[in-house]
Design a protein. Structure first.
Length: 256
């Protein structure tokens, strides 16, 4: 039996699949514990508010989440063809545009926090933190994509596990300390921030080794990525819009 397992693990596809599956399972377990902790610590009203706000975050995040899958497809193609000039051009353009979009989202949530909080009947500070979570998640998106594209699956999975664990510890500590809904949301904010901090160190090493001295491609374009991304994002947006709209209106709680 041990010999069969060793033989299977020598296959790169099976090994990488097992690593990603294990990492995703651990992340899912930490997320489950986070929900159970929030149920135990928060009041019924606060838990209902917390879930409604998380739905708002998920609603916004779902519109850009397909971008990660799309970028893995294109980045892997560039790397396979050793077209690092295209990878460099596209990644640099995307980082600039994603940074601009993240800044816009954060400013939007800050400026319109009071109208949104009035509509949802909650605190304006919660809305600002939701905007920060969305913006930080968007900024952190491209780094795991690069790890996947370069087949750094151990780094990719470990990063997800570490960020989820830190989110669990930070969020649970803040909620237990009496920060309530705000503490739960700040816990969610730590995850993309951890991804950003760790990734910046790792990506710079990979960048210097594989991409830094390469000239930018003159033919690569973002248009194929947009064409691939928008139909998928629109379909997911419509589906999530119906679910989240219903949940935010009801502000359900498991205690009811």
């Amino acid at each position: 039996m041990v010999g069969i397992v060793r033989k299977l693990l020598k296959d790169d596809f099976i090994k990488h699949t097992a690593i990603v599956f294990l990492g995703a399972s651990i992340v899912g377990f930490f997320n489950l514990i986070y929900q159970l902790v929030s149920v135990r610590i928060l009041t019924p009203e606060d838990y209902g508010t917390f879930n409604a706000l998380l739905s708002l975050v998920m609603f916004a995040s779902m519109t850009v989440s397909p971008l990660g899958t799309v970028l893995v497809r294109f980045f892997t193609e560039y790397i396979t063809k050793k077209d690092f000039g295209a990878l460099k051009l596209v990644s640099e353009k995307l980082i600039k545009r994603i940074t601009g979009l993240a800044a816009f989202i954060l400013v939007f949530f800050i400026l319109f926090s009071h109208p949104i909080s009035g509509f949802l009947k909650t605190e304006s500070s919660y809305i600002v933190i939701c905007g920060a979570v969305i913006a930080a998640s968007l900024l952190a998106l491209i780094f795991p994509v690069l790890f996947q594209s370069f087949q750094k699956f151990k780094t990719y999975s470990l990063l997800g596990v570490i960020s989820s664990f830190v989110k669990l510890i930070a969020g649970a500590a803040l909620m237990y300390a009496g920060w309530g809904v705000l503490g739960g949301l700040l816990g969610y904010l730590t995850a993309p921030l951890i991804v950003l901090i760790i990734s910046l160190f790792i990506v710079f090493k990979v960048y210097r080794k594989n991409i830094a001295g390469i000239e930018l491609s003159k033919t690569a374009s973002l248009i194929p990525i947009y064409k691939y991304f928008f139909p998928v994002a629109l379909a997911m947006f419509r589906s999530e819009e119906r679910r989240v709209g219903k949940e935010c209106r009801s502000r359900w709680s498991p205690y009811h």
